[in-house]
Design a protein around this ligand. Structure first.
Ligand code: AMP
Ligand code: MG
Length: 310
């Protein structure tokens, strides 16, 4: 507890000096910087080797902090009440008077915002008077980090500080909902899209997949261990690491199970950890068993599909 407080203090010191630091969230670890500072935000892009036209999600403690930066609408308020803080991001209209740096949004008048639920990051956000731009703390297009160790694996000593907050509980990025014009889901993620649509009254406008704003993680290869991957495999070929949805009675050396009992939340939490482990072990090919395409399984399949693209 005391340790956490002094680590938060240290984090704030770096952030106030326009540095980026890694922070824990329930989805994945983020690489955070003051969203109002062009200088701080540009360091995120440089460290991640992220294309400058791929905008960042801005993190807030609560809706009151958000009011000065965004136009809030009724659907947003409804979803906020139901799901926040949590694994959901919203694309909203940026206010003309907002101080959010233009390099956060790639100069657009739309901004993606989120309210993470991780207790340390909430404590941190409460103590600062600016929001945090924070994409996942990994080199662009690679696997997102779900622990402090993963962040260090990605950046080594190039990063000033990692706020230690254990392993990410959800383990997949947030679901991103566009609330400008007809609401639609831009990226599947930690919160079940069906649940979200239930709360978007005008559900006749469900246009999953039809996007008119730049879609997060929409570049072809993403979330990728950079190893050829074969999906919906019934069995593995020679030399392949085999990712199973459920533990088997007989587990071979090359078997990696996402969940003991086919629990999809557990599977999501373990996915990136296992992909990283397989890469570390030096496998050159991966086969993945079929994952049920329901609830968070939809988001798992989305990531696997992108990771398997060449
Ligand atoms: P990451 O935090 O690395 O998972 O990436 C966040 C994603 O949010 C990016 O890939 C962006 O494309 C997306 N995003 C951020 N801002 C916007 C925006 N204004 N409109 C649409 N998507 C956005
Ligand atoms: Mg990312």
């Amino acid at each position: 507890m005391k340790n956490d407080d002094s680590n938060i203090k240290k984090t704030i010191k770096y952030l106030n000096n326009d540095e980026c630091v890694a922070i824990p969230t329930e989805t994945v670890y983020g690489l955070a910087a003051n969203a109002y500072s062009k200088k701080a935000v540009s360091k995120i892009f440089k460290l991640k080797k992220r294309p400058s036209n791929n905008p960042l999600i801005v993190h807030y403690h609560n809706i009151n902090q958000l009011k000065k930066d965004c136009e809030l609408n009724d659907v947003f308020k409804r979803l906020y009440k139901k799901f926040c803080p949590g694994a959901i991001s919203f694309v909203l209209k940026k206010k003309k008077t907002s101080r959010i740096s233009r390099n956060v949004t790639n100069d657009s008048n739309l901004v993606a915002v989120r309210f993470p639920s991780h207790h340390l990051t909430r404590k941190l956000l409460k103590k600062i008077d600016y929001p945090l731009a924070a994409p996942s703390a990994n080199i662009s297009s690679s696997i997102s980090p779900v622990s402090k160790h993963d962040v260090i694996d990605e950046f080594g000593n190039k990063i000033k500080f990692v706020l230690e907050g254990g392993s990410s509980k959800v383990g997949l990025e947030s679901t991103i909902v566009n609330l400008v014009g007809n609401p639609n889901i831009l990226r599947l993620g930690g919160i079940d899209s069906k649940l979200i649509y239930k709360f978007i009254k005008s559900s006749k406008n469900k246009q999953k997949g039809k996007v008119n704003v730049r879609m997060p993680g929409s570049s072809k290869l993403h979330y990728s261990p950079d190893i050829p991957m074969r999906l919906n495999a019934k069995k593995n070929n020679h030399g392949e690491a085999f990712i199973l949805i459920k533990k088997r009675k007989k587990i071979n050396k090359n078997h990696f199970y996402l969940s003991k009992t086919k629990n999809l939340r557990e599977a999501a939490k373990n996915l990136y950890k296992i992909l990283r482990k397989i890469k570390k072990k030096g496998y050159k090919k991966i086969a993945v068993e079929k994952i049920p395409n329901i609830q968070i399984g939809e988001a798992i399949n989305d990531r696997l599909l992108r990771a398997s693209k060449k």
